[in-house]
Design a protein around this ligand. Sequence first.
Ligand SMILES: [Zn+2]
Ligand SMILES: [Zn+2]
Length: 351
Amino acid sequence: MSNATMHGLVYRGPRERTQIEEVAVPSPAAGQVLMKVGAVGVCGTDIHVWQGDNHQMEGPRILGHEFAGEVVALGAGVSEFRVGERVVSETASWVCGVCPYCRAGQYNVCPTRKGFGFGADGAMANYVLSRPAILHRIPDRVSMAHASMTEPGCVAYNAIFEKSRPRPADHAVVLGPGPIGLMCIAMLRIAGVGRISVIGLRRDGHRLDLAKTMGADDVLVADEMDAVKAVIDTGDGFGAHLVVDAVGVSKTLDQSLDMVRPNGQITKIGWGPAPVGFSLDRLIIKAATLQGSFSHLHGTWERVLALMGTGQLNVAPLVTEFDLHDWHEGFMAMEELTIPKAVLRPNGSVA
Ligand SMILES: [Zn+2]
Ligand SMILES: [Zn+2]
């Protein structure tokens, strides 16, 4: 395919400087795998890049890091996968392999990792290059569009099961009904907690309804009521066992410190550059745990795919599909919070 071309969504700068372009189909070097992209999710970070909020991002770069597809060509030396297999790819196109984190298997925090759609070309195109170490086979009953949701599923799985200790009968609170928050609700349901409260804003609109669909017991609208008080008034009055912050502004950490019960935990997935601007004394007085959660590892991907394969995790309510050429419509719908997740189909809706 050396002279073949394809369409890709190329970032050269914010807004109208990001467009579909005709680019060369990449060919797999030794150790690489060429994937025909079946589905690629639009992430909140793609929206931020497109809006011009990511100042490290340099174009030209094909966007897209949440993707599933079919193996169509193998570089020299690749024997782990066959042409025709349906796979999802993890998000680090390249890691150094020699830093202390890579050597310890914690490659998600490799300081020089190059992510798809950021440091390397991503999957909002007909084809993308990946590597066997980060590919996972898709269970038969899981569609390409649903498989492309594995990455946000892994972010939630990592936060709920690797970094938190949800127990049956616990009261858990999720701040922010975005795609990650909605996935966290599904994971907390799988964990068997007793009650799930979700806090959003009126502008979250349909996403508040989706929170119920994904398994929330109550949905609290913070700009219409005292959501913190509502959480504390639930149950024994001491607050929530686990608070998951999928928003990341200072205000939600402040609310989390009010809502968490003594010896409880706040797990923070959402992030933002603003200083917090308040005392952390409540964390100390309550002897609570404040835990960060970032990215995911190989085993998490296998588990999330298995959960989709058994039907325990149903991502269908979160997905709205668009042809790659209608990407702008999908980006706009996510920017306006009309839908939680646009999934682009670069090669039509086959498979
Ligand atoms: Zn993402
Ligand atoms: Zn490394």
